[in-house]
Write a protein of this length. Structure first.
Length: 472
């Protein structure tokens, strides 16, 4: 038998071509995805028969990197970058991971402190501990966001970040918070998980601080089921967050390149967004204005239809135009009145809830953050509470933020759907009014003189009333 010339020496290749093979993900996977959408049997049958007849179906490449087709995740990052108005944007698989990656990008670790509000979803605070740092829990005020004065008092030489949360879709007091942060040279990470698309004085949330973190989990303003984004104008922080989020498989797509500016090579985790979520996120980002317009219109109409009673106040909103409008919060005279009003309002069919009830466990209120208050750890090393942090640990207790608990126990939160019709809004306001009338007399109108720095005229009027009372 004559020996064949080796391919390496110019002979014929033993393997000219393998395949063709069908793509890894094909018809059955597409049908499962379609099944997520509820549609009429007729439509479904037509789509299924069309797909089954298709002879040249090429499945998707669901990994965001090395995708032969344009990546949906990359397109969603671009759309988010443009919408928020920042230079860099990184998609992640959640806001929880976006927060950890941001803390890590800033170099936050053992012994460092991060200031978080006493009213936020637990993840804001838990991620600080997950990054081996110490959460310092601070009071919110009647904006239901961080109180800038309380923040300033909580700053120590170990404070490495301040995390305002734009809670329930409304912007925190970013002017005052940035003033405090800048005077102390501390970066702000905006937790905009609940406020996608919102803004403060014309600037989108997530563009005011050093970094911004968003959640696209199903219950948020703009959603992809699961998902998150980090926004920043700082290239170094972007690169570090990207490396952390991609198992430190650095600098993709040029993953074996040398470190560019230093401090970019470290061990990370995997927080990558898949192309499935990227596609949904992209469509939702493009619909942001339409979604927000619906929420804002409905919220305005419900608020205008409510007839406040004595002792009642709406939540102070720092910038009505920038509020996403996903809910309307008001405070009643006291916790007792709120407890009485809430079931009656719910019985009217109004989609309302309380925020704090001593007997109901809720991950949004600090005194239920048992894992933090009791300084629990996943391992026997007792991190983050051991080592260098040990000497300066905060004293946590269930009553350490009494103002927050007081406000939350008086609050009623009305969900505002983007699709509510005017008639729906009027019915919601009517349901609330019916109950309020049984609880107290109509609030007397106040002459309001808006003052600089207070966008919410009602709050200003209330403040003046309190000040005048004190003078007397
Ligand atoms: C304020 C806040 N931060 C962070 C998160 C965590 O977001 P995700 O579920 O995307 O991890 C949430 C989610 O509810 C949140 O409300």
């Amino acid at each position: 038998m004559t020996e064949k010339k080796l391919a390496i020496d110019g002979g014929p290749k033993a393997v000219e071509q393998l395949g063709p093979f069908p793509t890894k993900i094909g018809k059955s996977e597409l049908l499962e995805v379609l099944d997520l959408w509820e549609m009429s049997e007729g439509t479904k049958k037509q789509i299924v028969s069309l797909i089954e007849k298709e002879t040249d179906l090429k499945g998707p490449h669901l990994f965001r990197y090395y995708n032969p087709r344009p990546s949906k995740v990359a397109a969603a990052e671009k759309a988010m970058r443009e919408m928020v108005g920042v230079k860099h944007c990184l998609a992640t698989n959640s806001c929880t991971s976006a927060l950890v990656a941001s803390y890590r990008a800033l170099g936050i670790g053992a012994g460092d402190e991060v200031i978080v509000p006493a009213y936020t979803f637990f993840a804001t605070s838990a991620t600080v501990a997950a990054a081996n740092a110490i959460p310092v829990i601070v009071e919110v005020d009647d904006t239901l966001c961080l109180d800038p004065e309380a923040v300033e008092k909580a700053i120590t030489p170990r404070t490495k970040a301040i995390v305002p949360v734009h809670m329930r879709g409304a912007p925190a007091q970013m002017d005052a918070l940035l003033d405090v942060a800048n005077r102390h040279g501390i970066p702000i990470i905006e937790d905009a998980a609940q406020a996608g698309g919102g803004s403060f004085r014309g600037k989108r949330l997530g563009s005011l601080g050093t970094m911004g973190c968003f959640s696209f989990d199903y219950y948020k303003v703009i959603v992809s089921g699961e998902g998150g984004f980090i926004t920043t104008n700082d290239k170094r922080l972007y690169t570090r967050a990207q490396n952390w989020h991609d198992c430190a498989a650095c600098w993709r797509p040029d993953r074996f390149a040398e470190e560019q500016e230093g401090e970019e090579l470290f061990c990370g985790e995997n927080y990558r967004m898949s192309e499935l979520e990227g596609a949904v996120a992209l469509a939702q980002i493009r619909r942001t204005e339409e979604i927000l317009t619906g929420h804002r219109r409905a919220k305005k109409r419900i608020k205008a239809g409510i007839e406040p009673i004595e002792g009642m106040r709406f939540r102070r909103v720092t910038d009505e135009a920038g509020d996403t409008g996903i809910c309307l919060v008001f405070f009643l005279k006291d916790a007792e009145q709120t407890k009485k009003a809430l079931p009656a309002i719910q019985a009217e069919g109004v989609p309302a809830g309380g925020i704090y009830d001593k007997k109901v466990r809720d991950w949004h209120v600090f005194n239920y953050w048992q894992h933090i208050l009791e300084k629990k750890s996943v391992a026997s090393d007792n991190l983050p509470w051991s080592g260098v942090a040990k000497e300066n640990l905060p004293k946590y207790s269930t009553d350490m933020c009494p103002r927050t608990l007081g406000l939350l126990s008086r609050a009623i939160m009305v969900d505002v759907d983007t699709n509510l019709s005017d008639a729906d809004c009027d019915a919601v306001a009517e349901g609330i009014n019916k109950v309020l009338k049984t609880l107290g007399s109509a609030r007397k109108p106040t002459t309001v003189v808006p003052k600089k720095g207070h966008a919410d005229t009602e709050y200003q009027a209330e403040t003046d009333v309190v000040k005048n009372r004190k003078k007397k």
